[in-house]
Design a protein around this ligand. Structure first.
Ligand code: ADP
Ligand code: MG
Length: 450
């Protein structure tokens, strides 16, 4: 690949991994100066940016460069000679941030923690989620009366967060200030409880949660095994429930399958309505693709939509990712050819995993972290192998769908609950931590190459 094209591709990848503001600040004005056999030279606008990029992004850049061209081992950075117009850049950043803000993520309502981007209107209903959707509608209509708690569960990226937040937004809209809605990811809840205990302020949290009318807790599975938190939640739950307050819960699995969840909580969760969301069927996938394209004011032929719908089947977030990438490429290249779509799909999707072995995953992870495969498969508790081992567990689960006990056996005879924890930790981390996400992408590529 010629230098210019290589660098554009690298930037295209990185743009998806880091925030828009970061991208514009640090990398947008980078240029490739030269490419030799195993080294490239990158120019940056000033010393400050150069230092920042070297410290913060070098690893990610190198990894990404190598995913396009393996022979490159070294990247050097220099400062542009030509002066740059800082005000212009700043203006641009502000415009971008504004655009982003008006669009979505940053506008989370501090009162409710709800993100207004999640609406019922933008949620596509199909056979995989119609039960959960119907339950949500009932709850909106009869808050606290009909299905309490409402427990929604299903795999990653299938719309749980979207649905339960949409319920919150809709209730807020219908009842204005009469109803106090609160959305809380269970990690936040756990953190709150832990710090309240540490600061001896547990009474405060009790009150904080008890005057809520609609409590929405996302990804409840994480409280399993955290005894103090479970205990507090049990009391909060009862207090709300007895006062006919609505409780909406999501989880990646049914109550019964949450490891070490106290029985009394389990039976509380089972006492209301339980609805699952599954993989979207073909028609639903097509409808989702069309609606995401519409959001981006793009159109594709039915033929191309069909190709995407047939490739991305098990994760709506992945489907969105593909559309997003295609829209970026279309901005850059002007037209959307079939090959662009095929490339994007190839780059983005976890491929079917029929002929990969657990050993290949262990090898690839070990190679990436420059440790020996035995470090992953023995019982060592060395700190530097903790994350690699968690990643190996996650990939075995994700790519091979192996059972937790089996994975535990492979990775140093570890208990299956440890493995569940590892998988959850990485799955959560991917969404928040760009460099972790990048590591996983690179390791996956390596797995598929072998
Ligand atoms: P989960 O919480 O189940 O992991 P999310 O609710 O975060 O999944 O969904 C992932 C992404 O896919 C979100 O951006 C969401 O808006 C989108 N999404 C999921 N299901 C649908 C759907 N049925 N219609 C429209 N968008 C959807
Ligand atoms: Mg979610």
């Amino acid at each position: 690949m010629e230098a210019e094209k290589l660098w554009q591709s690298v930037l295209g990848e990185i743009e998806l991994q880091i925030s828009r503001a970061n991208y514009l600040t640090w990398l947008k004005d980078s240029k490739i100066i030269s490419q030799e056999e195993n080294a490239i030279l990158i120019a940056l606008p000033n010393n400050f940016v150069k230092e920042w990029v070297e410290n913060k992004y070098h690893k990610m850049i190198l990894g990404t460069v190598r995913s396009f061209n393996e022979t490159i081992k070294k990247i050097d950075y220099v400062v542009h000679t030509q002066a740059i117009d800082l005000t212009r850049i700043n203006k641009k950043i502000n415009q971008e941030i504004q655009k982003q803000t008006s669009f979505s993520e940053l506008r989370v309502d501090p009162e409710t923690n709800l993100n207004p981007r999640y609406t019922l209107d933008s949620f596509i209903v199909g056979s995989s989620n119609e039960l959960a959707y119907a339950a949500i509608l009932s709850v909106i209509k009869e808050v606290g009366k009909k299905y309490n708690p409402l427990f929604i569960y299903g795999g990653v990226g299938l719309g749980k967060t979207h649905l339960i937040q949409a319920a919150g937004n809709e209730i807020k809209k219908n009842y204005k200030n009469e109803v106090k809605v609160k959305y809380i990811p269970s990690e936040t809840y756990i953190r709150d409880i832990v710090s309240a205990i540490r600061n001896k302020r547990i009474e405060d949290t009790k009150n904080k949660y008890r005057d809520i009318d609609v409590l929405i807790i996302d990804d409840i599975q994480f409280i399993g095994g955290k005894e103090k938190t479970e205990e507090e939640f049990f009391h909060t739950f009862n207090a709300l429930y007895e006062n006919n307050k609505q409780i909406i819960i999501s989880s990646d699995r049914p109550p019964r399958s949450i490891p070490t969840l106290e029985e009394r909580l389990q039976s509380r969760f089972e006492g209301g309505m339980i609805a699952d969301v599954g993989y979207p069927d073909y028609e639903t996938r097509v409808a989702i693709i069309k609606s995401k394209l519409e959001e981006k004011k793009m159109t594709l032929t039915d033929d191309l939509i069909n190709i995407i719908a047939n490739k991305v089947k098990r994760n709506v977030r992945e489907l969105e990712g593909v559309i997003h990438k295609i829209s970026l490429k279309s901005e850059r290249e002007g037209i959307i050819a079939k090959t662009v779509i095929m490339d994007t799909l190839r780059e983005t999707i976890s491929q079917p995993s029929l002929n990969i072995s657990p050993q290949q995953i262990i090898q690839a992870v070990a190679h990436f972290f420059e440790i020996s495969p035995e470090d992953l498969t023995n019982r060592s508790r060395k700190k530097e192998v903790v994350e690699p081992r968690q990643i190996a567990a996650f990939l075995m689960r994700e790519l091979l769908n192996l059972s937790y006990p089996f994975i535990g056996e492979k990775l140093g005879k570890r208990d299956h609950t440890t493995i569940i924890h590892s998988c959850d930790k990485i799955a959560q981390g991917i969404n928040k931590n760009a460099s972790l996400n990048q590591k996983i992408l690179l390791i996956k590529e390596e797995v598929y190459k072998t």
